[in-house]
Ligand binder design. Structure first.
Ligand code: PRE
Length: 304
């Protein structure tokens, strides 16, 4: 027979209802303390916005957000799944970004993966602005109607080949979604007008155009030849690919997209080395983003 049946029901200090009330009391006190800190944090963000220390630059700093998340994930311990920690902070960061001015995100309509990735990244605070496709979302961004565009992860064909026509450096890729994932979650890319924000551990997208405007011989460049040329040029320039190079044939040209380790900005000397190695090709950095964290062991909660 269970022990609690023999003890006097209301004489024990460890009666389940008392124990529950005590634990809930602890949780209420912690919730108040957390809430006080979250409100204090928002006050600091409001002070930052009012002080105009960031000038007219965008409030959205994906590199800084990555630095914050990396630091918190590195010091995290205990039973709360790291994915839940990342989710909590993503919502705080999105809210503090939106607090500093309207933040509207343009998305191609009908792409559920991009929509879910955008909601996970920008949280409940960002207004989704659905457009006819990636090009229309980029046009909304270029016109200043939206502050960011969220687009499919680059691929060779269809709507995912938007990168071949990206008007960089005016518009640049600044984030790859998700930044932190423990399970397969929706993926996408974020493009803004403000340029990328270094996080200390980044990856860059480089676009190569082989043959243009009726340049017959170069226009007919073969895929293998282009891949070899890109691989050789990257090696000579001291750049390390972090993903297989993509190829896309569009607008009378063959386009290659390489992802390389590190942050490569427009004035980087390694770009001159690439251009010296590929004189007849156009090489353009399309932006960089924080290297995503791939969690080693699965835990509950997916990612952000
Ligand atoms: O550090 C900044 O520039 C901020 O605007 C603050 C803050 C934050 O809440 O920590 C908010 C939004 C940015 O994307 C990054 C960080």
């Amino acid at each position: 027979m269970p022990e609690r049946m023999t003890a006097a029901p209301d004489a024990s200090p460890a009666a389940p209802e008392d124990a529950l009330a005590a634990l809930r009391g602890e949780i209420d006190a912690l919730d108040d303390a957390l809430h006080d800190l979250v409100m204090r944090r928002a006050d600091v963000v409001a002070r930052m916005a009012a002080s105009r220390v960031k000038g007219d630059a965008s409030s959205f700093r994906p590199g800084r957000e990555a630095t914050i998340l990396r630091r918190l994930l590195a010091r995290h311990s205990g039973p709360l799944p790291p994915a839940a920690l990342a989710r909590l902070w993503r919502e705080i960061l999105s809210a503090s970004n939106a607090m500093q001015g309207g933040f509207s995100v343009a998305l191609p309509e009908g792409d559920a993966e991009v929509y879910k990735a955008a909601r996970a990244r920008f949280g409940a605070m960002a207004a989704p602005d659905l457009r006819a496709g990636p090009e229309a979302a980029l046009a909304a961004l270029a016109e200043g109607v939206a502050q960011a565009a969220v687009l499919p992860v680059p691929a060779a064909e269809g709507a995912s080949a938007w990168w071949a026509g990206l008007d960089a450096p005016r518009l640049q890729v600044v984030a790859r979604l998700p930044f932190y994932a423990v399970a397969p979650v929706p993926r996408a890319m974020v493009v803004t007008r403000d340029g990328p924000d270094p996080s200390g551990d980044d990856r860059t997208l480089l676009r190569f155009a082989f043959g243009h405007g009726g340049d017959g011989a170069a226009g007919a460049a073969g895929a293998d030849e282009a891949l070899r040329a890109v691989a050789g040029a990257l090696r000579d320039a001291g750049l390390r690919p972090s993903a297989p190079t993509l190829l896309s044939r569009q607008h009378d040209a063959l386009w290659a997209l390489a992802e390389v380790e590190g942050a490569v900005a427009a004035d980087d000397a390694r770009l001159s080395a690439l251009r010296a190695r590929l004189p007849s090709n156009r090489v353009r950095p399309l932006g960089f983003y924080a290297t995503p964290i791939e969690a080693a062991a699965p835990d509950a909660g997916g990612g952000e």
